[in-house]
Design a protein around this ligand. Structure first.
Ligand SMILES: Nc1ncnc2c1ncn2[C@@H]1O[C@H](COP(=O)(O)OP(=O)(O)O)[C@@H](O)[C@H]1O
Ligand SMILES: [Mg+2]
Length: 252
């Protein structure tokens, strides 16, 4: 029973979320929403508070004040592991793959961790787990590289592996922090394709922090611009592009 087209259904919402580090107002009262099925990009100059906001949303750190709602539930202060079980997966700016495992083993670790935490008493079928892991690798075009270690992958493929691991956790929403950082043009193209596929074919809502505005304008339904810990502007790509306040922050 899918949502009627045009109908909005809330996936994530923050209300007045604050996180200060000493005198640094990293996140200073941010209220924002992500609807189910959206690709929303969070942009803004270095130090704007984007990564801190993702850390707050994914439970890595707790807000000083404000509330966070995921799937209609108040999840403020919940641990990352609880949020993962609820369907929120996070890719890190610094990739979190296991270096000593192969690509396939990395995926298997993710499959095991989520299946084990959802139904701990179920007798585990290894063959089924491998099948699941291979299916995910295929979705991300990594099936030919199943037996390589992460070190043997290109930078772009490592990032893809990171997203594939997050996807193996069967999320409803994925948070991505600068997935195209240090990527070649070709790798960026692939990543744009993967982000669209996550939403269009795999049904995952995406909250993306991204520096490359070409990528942002191409994939986003909505853009949230942060500056000095607050939301400076928010809207459709064409609205944000025309916004004089945004131009000022980015260009001068
Ligand atoms: N753990 C921390 N301790 C102290 N200051 C921090 C910490 N994390 C982030 N900051 C500061 O908070 C501000 C926002 O940082 P960040 O969220 O990383 O911004 P962005 O991801 O938009 O570049 C910066 O001034 C940064 O130096
Ligand atoms: Mg950052």
């Amino acid at each position: 029973m899918g949502a009627v087209e045009g109908e909005r259904e809330e996936m994530l919402r923050t209300e007045g979320v604050k996180k200060h580090f000493g005198s640094v107002r990293a996140v200073d009262g941010v209220s924002m929403r992500v609807e189910r099925g959206e690709i929303v990009s969070l942009v803004g100059p270095n130090g704007a508070g984007k990564t801190t906001l993702l850390n707050l949303i994914s439970g890595l750190i707790r807000p000083d004040s404000g509330r966070i709602y995921f799937l209609g539930r108040d999840v403020t202060g919940m641990r990352p592991s609880q949020l993962v079980r609820m369907g929120m997966a996070r890719c890190f700016q610094i990739s979190n793959v296991f270096e000593n495992l192969t690509v396939l083993e990395n995926l298997l670790a993710a499959v095991h961790s989520i299946e084990g935490s959802i139904s701990p008493l179920r007798r585990y079928d290894e063959e089924e787990a491998v099948e699941k892991a291979v299916r995910v690798l295929r979705e991300f075009g990594l099936d030919g590289k199943a037996h390589l270690t992460p070190k043997e992958l290109s930078h772009g493929d490592r990032k893809l592996l990171d997203v594939a691991i997050a996807y193996a956790l069967r999320p409803k929403m994925i948070l991505l922090d600068e997935p195209t950082a240090a990527m070649s043009v070709g790798e960026k193209r692939t990543t744009v394709g993967v982000i669209k596929k996550l939403r269009d074919q795999l049904g995952v809502t995406v909250l993306l922090v991204e520096h490359d505005l070409d990528v942002v304008y191409e994939v986003s339904d909505r853009i949230i611009v942060m500056h000095q810990g607050t939301v400076l502007a928010e809207g459709r790509p064409e609205e944000v592009r025309e916004n004089p306040k945004v131009r000022e922050v980015y260009l001068g």
